[in-house]
Ligand binder design. Structure first.
Ligand SMILES: Cc1cc2nc3c(=O)[nH]c(=O)nc-3n(C[C@H](O)[C@H](O)[C@H](O)COP(=O)(O)O)c2cc1C
Length: 180
């Protein structure tokens, strides 16, 4: 059994991350989940907790969190990290090292050497923006493996590259990484 941190962000493909979390949990792994505050407006953290039996968190600060340091706790003992789906906004924060929420603060605290997989999902025009391409390329340069988004019909009504990679393929790739 391995501990795989799943970080999510506010994409139309977020619901697919529930399937990914479920698959990894059913394969016997610990799958703590972190959501950006925007992601938590699209899908409840409780949905992730229901399929993983693990904590799913959004905020680190608050009166009920006195003494807690979730960004350190979630970053410890990991066999792998996956960001799925990764929005344009989150890719920008990660590429720049901006630790502005629990997802990004935790990612900054993950020890170097832990395998990390990023699965972008966004509108084709967003994906084609030089700034977004630059941020994703920076992540790859910093050691992230990039899972290519699929080409197809998007929730926004457009067609092109930008659909989140199939959760089956993401899970398969993570299990390969763990086996390597
Ligand atoms: C319904 C909905 C779907 C969205 N889907 C995407 C998406 O697939 N990719 C993306 O980069 N942004 C998408 N956005 C915009 C992001 O939610 C927005 O940039 C947000 O600030 C991202 O915050 P986060 O990265 O902290 O989760 C979507 C917004 C809404 C309301």
């Amino acid at each position: 059994m391995a501990r795989i941190l799943l970080c999510t962000s506010a994409s139309a493909a977020l619901y697919k991350a529930c399937d990914l979390a479920s698959q990894l949990a059913q394969a016997g792994h610990d799958v703590p989940v972190l959501l950006t505050p925007s992601a938590a407006q699209l899908v409840s953290p409780q949905q992730f907790e229901a399929v993983t039996g693990q904590p799913a968190r959004v905020h680190e600060l608050g009166e009920d969190r006195l003494g807690a340091m979730d960004h350190i706790d979630f970053a410890r003992g990991l066999a792998a990290v996956v960001v799925a789906p990764c929005t344009a906004a989150l890719a920008g924060r990660i590429a720049m090292g901006l630790a502005t929420d629990l997802v990004t603060t935790t990612l900054m605290a993950v020890p170097l050497g832990v395998p990390r997989l990023v699965c972008p999902a966004m509108n084709p025009h967003m994906l084609a923006q030089p700034a977004v391409a630059r941020n994703l390329a920076q992540m790859v340069e910093d050691g992230w493996e990039r899972m290519e988004p699929e080409v197809g019909h998007m929730a926004c009504g457009e067609d092109g590259p930008g659909r989140l990679a199939d959760p089956d393929l993401i899970a398969q790739r993570l299990l390969e990484i763990l086996g390597a």
